[in-house]
Design a protein around this ligand. Structure first.
Ligand SMILES: [Zn+2]
Length: 200
């Protein structure tokens, strides 16, 4: 499915006030702002959910956590959301994916998330990839690749390992550049702070 959006989402997402109708590529919308400016962009359904995951990553950034965000989606609605909170909770398992899966299981009152999809800004680590398999997730979508510990294609592909009972449909690289940028900004800021501390 594709959606037409004005520039500078998410601020303008709220202004999707003119439905263009159902076309061959799905539902289209146009904001009043976009109508005036005659400028529209097309984003896919995956990109739309990934933008919400990026908002979660931004919350992690603001809390001084490695900025990773995740959104669990069921039947077109958010079932759970989470961002990395390892430092805040002092919990090595408090990754964005684990928190989002837990929130979805609580809201749906079922640990089996076989009709849920998970959108995450960074390729999951082995722990999180294992959790998605355990949850019987339907589909996993991630943004940036994780060459250090990625377990969905980079170092391993746990979510599609045929030796396991359950395999998950996988899509990678959705809004890859935005997902990489927030991580790079975080680590650049961290380096800058450390250098300032050392020089001071
Ligand atoms: Zn993880």
């Amino acid at each position: 499915m594709f959606i037409l959006l004005a520039f500078s989402p998410p601020a303008l997402i709220a202004q999707l006030d003119r439905a263009l109708g159902y076309g061959p590529r799905g539902w289209g919308f146009e904001s009043s702002w976009a109508h005036q400016k005659r400028e529209v962009i097309v984003i896919t359904e995956d990109e739309r959910w990934m933008k919400l995951a990026l908002q979660e990553a931004e919350l992690a950034f603001q809390e001084g956590e490695i900025p990773v965000g995740a959104i669990a989606v069921r039947e077109g609605r958010v079932a759970g959301r989470g961002h990395n909170q390892v430092e805040t909770l002092n919990d090595p398992t408090a990754h964005a994916e684990i928190i989002a899966l837990g929130a979805a299981a609580t809201s749906l009152q079922s640990w089996r998330l076989c009709d849920c999809d998970l959108y995450v800004t960074l390729e999951p680590c082995p722990m999180c990839a294992g959790a998605t398999v355990t949850a019987r997730l339907r589909r996993l979508v991630f943004g940036a690749f994780n060459p250090q510990e990625g377990a969905c294609g980079s170092l391993w592909n746990i979510v599609q390992d045929q030796r396991l009972e359950h395999q998950i449909e996988l899509t990678s690289g959705v809004l890859k550049r935005e997902c990489e940028t927030i991580l790079k900004s975080f680590f650049a800021k961290l380096r800058e702070t450390k250098e300032r501390c050392l020089s001071g």
